[in-house]
Design a protein around this ligand. Structure first.
Ligand code: KG4
Length: 339
């Protein structure tokens, strides 16, 4: 019998629903929330209100596009955390009502787990380019920077993580002080293509083990601007591309350094990248270079699966469903969690 999972993602500012049948994606509908743009960051209260408006039409569209009737669903998987509490509550509450109405089990999914398992989404039956266990996954997003040792679908260990800001946060905050809008990561990426990555020098952290730190880099970037703006008020405008190229190269270098160390420590050559920052062209290129230089077998997600999406939630839900790991009606969302 087919296993058909509806996935629901509402952890931050994207409302998404997807259908996966026997591990193959049939639909993945994502509604972004433009309402935050003018505030330069996600406003939690506005995000939960937008989720409330979006969730029913998004689920309806996911079912329609997949050509699946809701009565055919085997289970409903939803992001339980981490994320914004109000946003998570919308997805969790919807799932409870929907699953109860259909009399199917609920599967709670860890959002970070889901980002890693996005690598197993099949768009076609014959897709077979999936990481082999154990593999290392660099998970880099607006809220997380982690190195995860993935031993099995439902068995992961965080071997390193940021002790302060995430890589995406560093991109976004540095972009903000340059007046590049929100989210700044993609803009930095675009401008970096025209700039010189060695134009300036930024501080790199000295943190033991496989952990990361990006707060010092942010401060170093801020001080560079402060000092140079004193000499020339048009400094940012004149050096935007070089500033972006330097910032991007430094972030990528910090990320790859620790990841390289981790591959040596764990004797792993299967290496994946996931999360919003995995869309970054400099990081993607660094992965390609490492594949050649160190013999890594690399897994870089399609752009559609780098940002928050419900296909990855449905995929993670599919693996938990197979292990019969369901949750009850008393499941409450969590805003912070370790894998
Ligand atoms: O995983 P994600 O969609 O969600 C959150 O963690 O909220 O990641 C969003 C992050 C943002 O910080 C955004 O600036 C960053 O991913 N990002 C990028 C690029 N595309 C998205 N950072 C650098 N280069 C990009 N091309």
């Amino acid at each position: 019998m087919d296993t058909i999972i509806l996935g629901i993602e509402s952890s931050c500012d994207d409302t998404s629903a997807a259908i996966i049948r026997n591990g193959v994606m049939l639909s993945n509908v994502i509604t972004n929330q433009d309402v935050h743009r003018e505030y330069g960051g996600v406003v939690p209260e506005l995000a939960s209100r937008a989720h409330e408006r979006n969730i029913i039409p998004v689920v309806h569209a996911a079912l329609t596009r997949a050509g699946i009737e809701k009565e055919q669903l085997s289970a409903v998987a939803f992001t339980r955390g981490p994320g914004l509490m109000g946003s998570l509550l919308v997805g969790t509450s919807f799932t409870k009502g929907f699953a109860a109405g259909l009399n199917v089990p609920m599967v709670d999914v860890n959002h970070l787990h889901a980002h890693v398992l996005a690598h197993f989404i099949k768009e076609h039956e014959e897709d077979d380019n999936q990481p082999k266990f154990p593999f290392l996954c660099l998970l880099v997003s607006g809220g997380n920077s982690q190195i995860i040792l993935v031993k099995a679908y439902n068995n992961m260990e965080v071997v390193g993580q940021t002790i302060d800001d995430a890589a995406g946060e560093a991109f976004d905050k540095c972009a903000k002080v340059m007046g590049l809008g929100y989210p700044g990561g993609p803009v930095v990426d675009k401008l970096a293509k025209e700039g010189n990555p060695n134009a300036f020098t930024l501080n790199k952290p000295h943190i033991p083990g496989f952990n990361y730190s990006f707060s010092g880099l942010k401060t170093s970037f801020l001080y560079l601007l402060r000092d140079e703006l004193k000499k020339d008020p048009d400094f940012i405008e004149k050096n935007k591309a070089d500033l972006c190229a330097t910032l991007q190269a430094t972030v990528v270098d910090i990320l790859m350094n620790k990841l390289r160390k981790a591959t040596k420590e764990y004797g792993v050559k299967e290496v994946a990248v996931a999360g919003g920052v995995s869309a970054n062209s400099g990081l993607r290129q660094a992965f390609e270079d490492h594949a050649v230089k160190y013999g890594w077998k690399i897994y870089i997600p399609k752009f559609a699966f780098t940002t928050d999406n419900a296909a990855m939630v449905a995929m993670a839900g599919y693996f938990k469903y197979q292990d019969k790991q369901f949750c009850g009606m008393d499941a409450t969302p969590y805003s912070r969690v370790e894998i």
